[in-house]
Design a protein around this ligand. Sequence first.
Ligand SMILES: [Zn+2]
Ligand SMILES: [Zn+2]
Length: 189
Amino acid sequence: MARRRGGPAPATAVASPAVLGTVAVMVFVYYSTVFVFLDHWVGLATPIGAAHAAAVSLAVAACFLAFVCAAGADPGAVPPAFAPDAEAAQGQGLKSRYCDKCCMFKPPRTHHCKVCRRCVLKMDHHCVWINNCVGYANYKAFIICVLNATIGSLYSFVIFLCDLLLKEHDFDILYVKILYVSALTTILS
Ligand SMILES: [Zn+2]
Ligand SMILES: [Zn+2]
């Protein structure tokens, strides 16, 4: 089969187990933070509860949107018409600018990803959680996603602590214990 010349990643790559797992973690953290900890701490019907719920929803929505952009975007295709500048490449040798797998010349800072099986412009790394390379076109979305995930996790952790320390819990009930332990592990990881 002929190699693609830096074309977009297959659409099926987006729905990988790791991506679905990441989405499941987001849903779990959101659900447990808002509908369990926050509801138990101040109640969702109170003004402070509604305000926290809106803020958490906003943080999770922003994180999810950036995640979709980073996972679904083409990280950076090499323009089909790209030809190396012979003068600039003289020092490094033209061979180092040629990808044997894609059978094409690649611009500086372009690397071949073994997972995506293609060359990616300004490739940073291949991220299993988005099942995509982080490169020229989705670097910003990836950073925003990581930033939002950090903010969301810290926010969730504060709500978790407030509920845990300020309210009574019946940890003799097994599912309550499991829920709090698994939520804490997920939020901190
Ligand atoms: Zn390549
Ligand atoms: Zn990749």
